[in-house]
Write a protein that binds this ligand. Sequence first.
Ligand code: ATP
Length: 233
Amino acid sequence: MVYLRTIKLLREKFPEAGRYPFDLPSLRNLEAIELDTSVTFLVGENGSGKSTMLEAVAYQCGFHTAGGSRNNYYDVHKSEASLGDYIRLSWLPKQTNGFFLRAESFYQFASHIDSIGGSGSYGGRSLHAQSHGEAFMSLFTNRFNSKGIYLLDEPEAALSPKRQLAFLFLMRELVAEGAQFVIATHSPILMGFPGAKIFSFDESPVQEVRYQETEHYQLTRRFLEKPAAFLDE
Ligand SMILES: Nc1ncnc2c1ncn2[C@@H]1O[C@H](COP(=O)(O)OP(=O)(O)OP(=O)(O)O)[C@@H](O)[C@H]1O
């Protein structure tokens, strides 16, 4: 299901001076990103602006910008969502249920859940008592439900290849039940989700790219076919 349909940049509000985030090449001349599939991936080199965009969307969704949902008010320094006031989201229908996962501040999120005695909603065990990957999977299986918008920043960070595949199965179930995902990723496994749309932040402005055309796919494939030859090249 698609709830969030357009991320429009309010270019007329951009300040004149070329500074972060307005000077990111991926945002130059970008008018909007159109989302018309249940799963959308944001891909591109480190520093290309994926997190900046996802954080701005989370901010406009009203989610805690350090990770969480609308109901998570915890005392971790919120990220400033530098692009947050410079985008507009178009919804049809509007969806307020959902979650923003930030791999980098997941530890603080887990502490917050412990402090409010909320681990019952996460498989009954403190997220801290689970490995990083197990805690991620607990979050996905227990906390994500069908109707919602899920913004995930590098969810593969803690997941083995097998768990990444398990996550794809879970995502397929959730999508069938009406979930929407927008995911920033470097994982050639995750971005292979059938039917997903992929936007490359390596282009200026951001552009849609086919899975097989992504650098992630091509490099991984060439490497896996002949690791030694690849390194000798
Ligand atoms: N608060 C900030 N002030 C100034 N520059 C910033 C700030 N936050 C990020 N940047 C810079 O903006 C660029 C884009 O950062 P961003 O985190 O959006 O990239 P990314 O595509 O998500 O990268 P990665 O794949 O490494 O997570 C980077 O070069 C980063 O150093």
